[in-house]
Ligand binder design. Structure first.
Ligand code: PMP
Length: 407
């Protein structure tokens, strides 16, 4: 079994110890957002109880404490991603804002009429729509890597899309809808042969795989704190220094300037150039506690536990009448997307909720992918470090009971 003690881990998550609709909560909606350990909740309340002040400008003690804790998170994120430099980490609201930041600043400067941007058929809407908006504005062309029946990217087709016109490739590391793990290292090296830059949407990867921006050699990488046991409203964007320096600012305002004058304004250095306005200070500070939590457990140990849960679930689900998995990639992390013959996903979700089980139903913000499978949506169960085999057994038994009601 796993090197980590799941009972002890569960004790650190207060939210798990409650009844929902008269049953113990089984939280299988981790791909949407993970729950928060006590250390993250404590970091938030500690900040508001003792250190709350605006950062960077103050010389008083509270401002210094807040600034120092805020910048500590930046160092922690840089180490977490194995970035070369702390300045390569920009705080955002989350993955969505990270992608939009690149679309609007890198896009403004480097994307021109006739240029091509490549995404994949597996993407979340947040890695589709910003590029559609940019292409519309610039007269650029969006190309899509096709997906096979297993829900994997077709690599040969990807390579055929690349050309000297390709300026940017933006793909997810792990699909939130199906759990497919994409061969991002190979995707990046192929793109670089044509001088294209690559953005990795690591929203789903951050909690499950060790991310190493140096080993990957990605140009940008975005993720959200809330999927990796941290607070909502906070995320990080990694970018290579030379690129960040060449890109224009994102939003204008305080923090992002050196000097403002009506005869001309000079911008701050990276990363501050991209961080206009007062950020989510307390949440950024608590983001560090979330990363510490992950690193203390060890990402390999978390992944091993989740893989065991996946294997156990897949085994039990074989016995479920009418069970059809959607997405059967060889490499998957922590997500089981499925349909049950004759039962609408929405009904299934509600009937599971009545038994205390939280799953997600619908298109998972990946409508083009659902269109490919010719379905409206799926039921998605997604696992995290605090989930147990007992919960999976209860989930599968509940599924069987619900299906019986429809027979
Ligand atoms: N990309 C993927 C793969 C995701 O799973 C999500 C969140 N569901 C996002 C992007 C967007 O993240 P956020 O809503 O935190 O900005």
């Amino acid at each position: 079994d796993t090197a980590i003690d799941i009972k002890e881990i569960r004790k650190q998550f207060p939210i798990l110890h409650q009844q929902v609709n008269g049953k113990p909560l089984v939280y299988f909606d981790n791909a949407a957002t993970s729950q928060k350990p006590q250390c993250v909740i404590d970091a938030l309340t500690h900040y508001y109880n003792t250190d709350n002040a605006n950062i960077h400008r103050g010389i008083h003690t509270l401002a210094e404490r807040a600034t120092s804790a805020f910048e500590d998170t930046r160092k922690t994120v840089a180490k977490f991603l194995n970035a070369n430099e702390t300045e390569e980490i920009i705080f955002t609201k989350g993955t969505t804002e990270g992608i939009n930041l690149v679309a609007s600043t890198f896009g403004r400067k480097f994307i021109n009429t006739g240029d091509e941007i490549i995404v994949s058929g597996l993407e979340h809407h947040s890695n589709i729509v910003p590029w559609q908006m940019l292409c519309e504005e610039k007269g650029a062309v969006l190309k899509v890597i096709p997906v096979n029946e297993k829900g994997e990217l077709i690599f040969d087709e990807y390579v055929k899309l690349l050309s000297d016109k390709t300026k940017l490739v933006s793909v997810n590391y792990i699909s939130n809808a199906l759990g497919t793990i994409n061969p991002v290292k190979e995707i990046i090296s192929e793109a670089h042969k044509f001088g294209a830059k690559v953005l990795i949407d690591a929203a789903q990867a951050a909690p499950h795989v060790k991310m190493d921006v140096k080993a990957l050699d990605c140009d940008f990488l975005a993720f959200s704190a809330h999927k990796v046991y941290g607070p909502t409203g906070v995320g990080a964007l990694y970018g290579k220094r030379a690129l960040l320096e060449a890109m224009p600012p994102y939003q204008g305002g305080g923090e992002m300037i050196k000097d403002v004058s009506f005869s001309g304004t000079t911008y701050n250095d990276i990363p501050y150039k991209f961080e206009a306005g007062t950020p989510n200070i307390g949440e950024v500070i608590a983001f560090k506690s979330a990363i510490d939590f992950v690193e203390n457990l060890g990402q390999e140990n978390i992944a091993q536990h989740e893989d065991e849960l996946m294997a156990y679930a897949n085994d039990l689900l074989k016995d479920v009448d009418g069970f059809t998995p959607v997405g059967t990639a060889g490499k998957k992390a922590s997500v089981i997307s499925f349909l049950i013959d004759g039962v609408h996903p929405f009904d299934l979700g509600q009937l599971l909720d009545a038994r205390g089980i939280a799953v997600r139903t619908g298109h998972h913000c990946a409508q083009p992918l659902m269109e490919f499978f010719n379905i409206e949506g799926t039921v998605r169960a997604s696992f995290s470090v605090y989930n147990t085999k007992e919960e999976i057994k209860y989930f599968v038994d509940s599924l069987k009971a619900v299906i019986k009601m429809f027979k």
